[in-house]
Design a protein around this ligand. Structure first.
Ligand code: PLP
Length: 393
């Protein structure tokens, strides 16, 4: 056992050859490798130059991220899609990649909490001027445009009041005024709305939510027109916003059932909204599919009859009734997320909007009695039974 060749055969460090197989795996393999091996410098060079297909270093791109990106790009009808390690890093990627000091950004004033903070506190540190306006008022968005406005950033459906931005009108405004429209399409999903076809240049997703769908990955995606693809990719690779292959693998797997989950959750949400609207313990119901919703007409035109899986409602009696209701729920957890297969309730005043003063929350209409429901794919009868019981407790 002293010869060199025997020693090398015994080495546990040496990587054994991948087993050969004439047959290919049905399920995409998980590829955690950080690096890809080339035969020689010329071959590596051709891969770096894009003259030959292949990967070099995982942060620059890897098979699992590419597979997931292709799936999302197909749904959004996007020229390009890149996966990031969270919805927030998708947001960061478009800001870091396309804005510079002196540029002006017009953003919705009901953005997701951290996006709001990114726009109002982080980008301003880098010399980007920002204005926050009501995104469901297209005229207000247009009026905020200045000569140095580079981008409009909006969410299609706001949280938790579910206001709907008219992406079609904003797309027209962006095109005529020569500014970029970036749309957070997390709530509707690309099965319901494709902002790029309506004039948006960029679409971002928190893949963490409905796309992955099982609350076990944190991921984001940026879809872009061809024009901005290189800038977005370079930003993600340079600032290190790339995602783990395992998370991409899980999300890609979860997306196989996206269409079924969206259809079921949307139907459940519409039925639950109607049920809640008829309950005497409920002060008001917020759902874009209901005729009294302020953006119902826009939602109908934009989303067809798929008004989403989010329902908010306000209980008579404030925080005390909220606590009683939540304690009475047995199979529905209180947790600050959405888009899961199971129904989850949240309380905006103590979670997403806890950073605001009570007066600021009141002016937005986010009161202590307000509950947000991310409706899942359970049997509707089970949901109604659980809500009915908890409301009457
Ligand atoms: C959750 C969420 C984000 C942030 O996504 P993370 O994956 O949590 O980083 C951004 N926008 C919207 C609309 C969201 O719901």
């Amino acid at each position: 056992m002293s010869s060199d060749s025997t020693a090398s055969q015994r080495s546990v460090v040496r990587r054994t050859a991948w087993p050969e197989s004439k047959t290919a795996p049905l399920v995409p393999p998980l590829c955690p490798s950080v690096v890809y091996v080339a035969r020689d410098a010329d071959e590596m060079n051709r891969v770096y130059e894009g003259e030959e297909a292949g990967f070099t270093y995982a942060r620059e791109g890897n098979p699992n991220a590419e597979l997931l990106a292709k799936k999302i790009a197909g749904l959004e009808a996007a020229d390009a899609c890149f996966i990031t390690n969270s919805g927030m890093s998708a947001c960061s990627a478009i800001a870091l990649g396309l804005l510079k000091a002196g540029d002006h950004l017009v953003a919705g004033n009901q953005l997701y909490g951290r996006t709001h903070r990114l726009v109002s506190r982080e980008l301003t540190r880098f010399g980007v001027q920002t204005d926050l306006v009501n995104a469901s008022d297209s005229a207000a968005v247009e009026a905020a445009i200045r000569p140095n406005t580079r981008m409009i950033l909006v969410e299609v459906v706001s949280n938790p009041l579910l206001r709907v931005a008219d992406i079609e009108a904003l797309g027209r405004i962006a095109r005529t005024r020569g500014v970029l429209l970036a749309v957070d399409n997390t709530f509707p999903t690309p099965l319901v709305l494709r902002p790029l076809a309506l004039g948006a240049s960029l679409v971002i997703h928190s893949v963490t939510k409905m796309l992955a769908g099982h609350s076990d990955v944190t991921l984001g995606a940026v879809c872009s027109s061809r024009e901005h693809a290189v800038a977005i990719r370079d930003t993600i690779v340079t600032w290190g916003l790339n995602a783990s292959p395992f998370d991409c693998w899980l999300a890609e797997r979860g997306m196989n059932t996206l269409e079924l989950r969206v259809a079921r959750a949307t139907a459940n949400a519409a039925a639950l909204a109607d049920f809640l609207a008829g309950h005497r313990a409920v002060h008001r119901v917020i759902y874009p599919g209901r005729p009294e919703h302020p953006d119902h007409a826009v939602a109908r035109r934009l989303l067809g009859n798929q008004f989403g899986s989010m329902v908010s409602f306000e209980l008579n009696g404030g925080r005390e009734s909220v606590n009683r209701f939540m304690r009475a729920l047995t199979s529905i957890p209180f947790a600050p997320t959405l888009g899961d297969v199971s129904t989850i309730v949240s309380h905006p005043a103590v979670t997403s909007h806890r950073g605001l003063t009570p007066a600021e929350r009141e002016s937005l209409g986010i009161r202590e009695g307000l509950i947000r429901v991310s409706v899942g794919i359970e049997e509707l009868a089970l949901l109604k039974t659980e809500f009915r019981r908890a409301l009457s407790d």
